[in-house]
Design a protein around this ligand. Structure first.
Ligand SMILES: Nc1ncnc2c1ncn2[C@@H]1O[C@H](COP(=O)(O)OP(=O)(O)O)[C@@H](O)[C@H]1O
Ligand SMILES: [Mg+2]
Length: 371
C-alpha cells in the first residue's frame, strides 16, 4: 500500500463516502454530516450542526443505549433493518453501524445504508443470468446470511447491556462466533466474485515482488522472504490480480504454519519445458514457467495432504479451508497446474504457468514476424 501524500486532503474521504455518515460528539450532538447524509435528509450540514442527533432523526431502535454501549466497549455495533426518518420525509429502512472514533474519547461515527429492494433484486438476477450454478448460489446465500447475522450480533450487543458479567459471557460468545461466520462468508463470497481471468502479458517477478512486499508489512512481518528469480523468463499469460491473490494465499499459509517464531520462505522461478497440460480433447498446453513457494515450517499434516485443495479442508483451529481451494480454482481457470510436496522442514507449492503468446508480450516488436 502506498502511503498517502502528506498534503492529502482527508476531508475528500468524508465527502466521497457513498453512504450517509454522521459524526457525533460526546454529548450526542451532530458535529458533522457528509454530503451523502445531506442528500439523504434533504438538508444542509449547517442546519444540523450541534443539533441533538436523537431529536433530529427518528430511529425506531434504542439508539441512546447503543451509543452508550459503543462508548463503553469501543467496538462497532451493527443495528439492522431500522426505520429512519429525518424531518418530514417518509421513514426509510436502513442498516446502521455505530463506530467509536479512534483516540477521540466519546466521539462516534454513525453510518446508514438504506436497504434498497431494487438493488437486491438486481444482484440476484445478475447471478442467475450468468448461470454460475452452485458457486453463484453459495455467494448469494453468503450475502443473504450476512445481513441477519449482523442483526443477531447487534441484538446480542443490546441485550448484553443489562446483564451480569456471567451472562455477558454468553452474549459475547454470540458476538464472537457471529464474527467468525462473517469471516467465513466473506471467503465464500470471494469465490462467487471470481470472474473469468482477464489475461495479459505479465512479468511474474513483478507480481511475486508485490506479493512479498505486501506480505512483509502484514501477516508475514516475522518471516524472511528470499527471491531466487531466473531473470530471463518471458512474460506469463495471466490475470495479474487473481495471480496476486494466489501468491498471497500461499504466503499466508506458509507464515501461519511457521507460527510466531517465524521462518524462511523462498520464492523461486525457473524454466521447465517438459511440462504440458493434456486436455480432454487431446490438445496439449505447454506450461514452461515454474514458480515455487518453499517454506521451512512444520509441513502439511499427512492426513489432510491428499485433500488439501478441497474446500473446507483445514488443519488450523480457526481455518476455513478455502484459501487453497481458491488458489486451485484460479490456477485451473488459467489452464495452469499446481502441485505440492511437503515433509517437515520443507513444503513446496509449485505453480506451472503458460507463457504469453509471442505477439502479445513486450517482445512483440523485436522484428519477429507477428500475426
Ligand atoms: N505451507 C504450509 N505449511 C503447513 N501447512 C500448510 C501449508 N499450507 C497449507 N497448509 C495446511 O493446509 C490447510 C488448508 O489451507 P487453506 O486452504 O489455505 O485453509 P486455511 O488456511 O483456512 O486452513 C491449512 O489449514 C494447513 O493445515
Ligand atoms: Mg489459508
Amino acid at each position: 500500500m502506498n502511503a498517502l501524500p502528506p498534503d492529502f486532503p482527508h476531508d475528500t474521504i468524508w465527502a466521497s463516502l457513498p453512504v450517509p455518515a454522521f459524526l457525533i460528539d460526546p454529548l450526542d450532538r451532530i458535529a458533522d454530516i457528509n454530503p451523502a447524509a445531506e442528500q439523504f435528509l434533504n438538508t444542509s450540514s449547517r442546519m444540523l450542526k450541534d443539533a441533538p442527533f436523537l431529536d433530529r432523526l427518528a430511529v425506531d431502535a434504542p439508539l441512546d443505549q447503543a451509543f452508550a454501549r459503543v462508548r463503553a466497549d469501543q467496538s462497532v455495533m451493527f443495528i439492522n433493518t431500522v426505520d429512519v426518518s429525518g424531518g418530514n420525509a417518509a421513514p426509510v429502512q436502513c442498516d446502521m453501524q455505530v463506530a467509536p472514533v479512534i483516540r477521540q474519547d466519546g466521539w462516534l461515527l454513525v453510518l446508514m445504508e438504506p436497504r434498497q429492494i431494487a438493488g437486491r433484486l438486481g444482484r440476484a438476477q445478475a447471478v442467475k443470468s450468468s448461470a454460475r450454478s452452485a458457486i453463484g448460489m453459495a455467494e448469494m446465500l453468503a450475502h443473504e446470511i450476512k445481513n441477519p447475522l449482523a442483526g443477531i450480533t447487534g441484538a446480542a450487543q443490546l441485550l448484553s447491556m443489562g446483564l451480569t458479567p456471567d451472562d455477558q459471557e454468553l452474549t459475547d460468545l454470540i458476538v464472537a462466533e457471529s464474527r467468525r461466520i462473517v469471516a467465513l462468508l466473506d471467503q465464500v463470497e470471494q469465490f462467487g466474485n471470481l470472474r473469468p481471468p482477464e489475461r495479459r502479458a505479465v512479468n511474474i517477478h513483478d507480481l511475486l515482488d508485490r506479493a512479498r512486499k505486501s506480505a512483509m508489512v502484514g501477516f508475514a512481518a516475522n518471516m524472511r522472504i528470499t527471491e531466487e528469480f531466473d531473470p530471463s523468463l518471458p512474460p506469463t499469460w495471466v490475470d495479474g490480480d487473481q495471480m496476486l491473490q494466489v501468491f498471497l494465499n500461499l504466503l499466508k499459509n506458509a507464515a501461519e504454519a511457521a507460527g510466531k517464531g517465524g521462518g524462511t520462505i523462498r520464492l523461486r522461478t525457473f524454466y521447465d519445458l517438459s511440462l504440458r497440460l493434456r486436455r480432454k480433447d487431446g490438445s496439449g498446453n505447454p506450461l514452461p514457467l515454474q514458480v515455487e513457494i518453499i517454506d521451512d515450517g512444520p509441513g502439511i499434516r499427512p492426513e489432510i495432504l491428499p485433500d488439501i485443495f478441497e474446500p473446507f479442508v483445514s488443519g488450523r483451529e480457526n481455518g476455513t479451508g478455502l484459501g487453497l481451494a481458491l488458489v486451485s480454482k484460479i490456477i485451473s481457470d488459467h489452464d495452469g497446474w499446481i502441485s505440492v510436496d511437503s515433509v517437515p522442514g520443507r513444503t513446496v507449492f509449485r505453480l506451472s504457468l503458460p507463457i504469453a503468446p509471442r505477439d502479445r508480450g513486450p517482445r512483440a516488436d523485436t522484428g519477429d514476424p507477428a500475426k
